[in-house]
Design a protein around this ligand. Structure first.
Ligand code: GDP
Ligand code: MN
Length: 377
């Protein structure tokens, strides 16, 4: 789960990490009011769950009220990587000389939390990692010891020579690690971290992601969730026992089993098609589940054809076929369906399907090719 910059900085503030004075605004009028209160210059920043806002034109420095108004006008409603900007952050402009990067994440190789630090802050860290990987210093944090003052100093000396800054950095790094643990985060990032005119370390930006599996014990964090329309569907699917992930293709997939669902998507891709989703309906022949799944697929306007791929193991294909027939009888489906049944009692299942004048195929390859043909029609 992701939260916005301003929400991350609110959490930083609670741990007395210095952040910019700032106000969240939902309209140009609010931006004007916030600018009056904060004083010029201000920076107007899009609040969306996507990085690289600066590059996308979603971060603008305003030296006059006119500029602040224009910035608000152009940023509110803007689309950044598929996210519509509904609120902006108006932050007091800050003067600084250099931009640093600090971040904490989970490193699966070392099975630990790692701390990353770089003097090449400001730009997206993925770019630094690509062009100049040596500029990113990485430190594995021993879970038993945590962020010791010793380790924090070692990191701080990679970024600063001035001892007053090193001291502040040690304190900051220890707080960031504490935040990471306390909130069950999977990512905590400050980019850029800057040194102000009066020699203070300040978080100019903030980014936090959280471990979804820990949200049950983080009610305050969970309350900040703003799922997109697609994520809302995924959550609803989960609640009815389905695992659904939307993709951007045209072939709606309904499959029993996660592994088979992945394989189905691979085969579609292999033959040159594009799956519209991952959908695992699990091992059941319950018609209600099929109806829910079908409605989910039909709610995606990109879907041109539905490919149903069932492998009967413990679940018997004839049961699934009966479930499908009951489900399809109860709803109006006006796009073509391709059904592949295989495994336990497949012949019986296929017979039931054909009796109801639904097209069947024998193999997954055939199903994928037929679905692609129908989708392109
Ligand atoms: P991001 O592009 O989504 O990471 O957004 P940031 O909040 O990091 O802003 C992008 C860049 O805008 C920063 O790296 C800074 O160079 C610049 N910036 C942001 N706030 C200020 C500010 O208060 N003063 C100045 N001079 N530059 C700022
Ligand atoms: Mn940033």
């Amino acid at each position: 789960m992701k939260i916005h910059e301003y929400q991350s900085k609110e959490i930083f503030s609670r741990y007395s990490i210095l952040v910019t004075n700032e106000t969240v605004c939902y309209s140009t009028e609010e931006v004007v009011k916030a600018t009056e209160e904060l004083g010029l210059p201000v920076v107007v920043k899009a609040q969306v769950h996507a990085g690289g806002r600066g590059k996308a034109g979603g971060v603008k420095l305003a030296r006059t009220m006119e500029e602040a108004k224009n910035a608000a006008h152009s940023i509110l409603g803007m689309d950044i990587k598929g996210y519509k900007v509904e609120k902006v952050l108006v932050a007091q402009g800050v003067k600084f000389n250099s931009e640093f990067y600090v971040g904490l994440t989970i490193d699966r190789n070392s099975k630990s939390v790692i701390f990353m630090a770089s003097s090449e802050g400001g730009v997206e860290i993925e770019e630094v990692a690509k062009d100049n990987p040596d500029a990113i210093h990485k430190f594995v944090i021993d879970p038993d010891l945590g962020m010791t003052a010793f380790l924090a100093r070692k990191i701080a000396f990679k970024l600063f020579t001035d001892f007053a800054l090193v001291k502040q950095a040690v304190d900051l790094f220890q707080k960031l690690y504490q935040i990471f643990l306390d909130t069950d985060a999977s990512l905590v990032e400050i980019n850029p971290l800057v040194v102000t005119d009066d020699g203070k370390l300040l978080a100019l930006d903030g980014k936090m992601n959280f471990d979804d599996n820990a949200l049950f014990r983080q009610p305050k964090i969970a309350a900040l969730d703003e799922p997109t329309e697609d994520e809302k569907k995924e959550i609803a699917a989960k609640e009815s026992g389905l695992t659904y992930i939307r993709l951007d293709g045209t072939i709606g997939c309904m499959v029993n089993g996660a592994g088979l669902a992945m394989a189905s998507m691979d085969v579609i891709k292999y033959f040159g098609g594009n799956p519209a989703n991952f959908l695992d309906i699990g091992g059941s022949s319950n018609p209600q589940k099929v109806i829910t799944a079908m409605n989910l697929l039909l709610s995606d306007k990109n879907v041109k054809v539905i490919m149903i791929n069932i492998f009967g193991g413990i679940t018997r294909c004839d049961d699934v076929a009966k479930g499908l027939i009951i489900a399809l009888d109860q709803m109006k489906v006006d796009i073509p369906i391709v059904i592949r049944l295989s495994g336990t009692n497949a012949e019986e299942g296929l017979r039931i399907i054909s009796e109801h004048n639904l097209p069947t195929v024998n193999s997954l390859s055939e199903a994928a090719q037929e679905a692609i043909r129908l989708a392109n029609n």
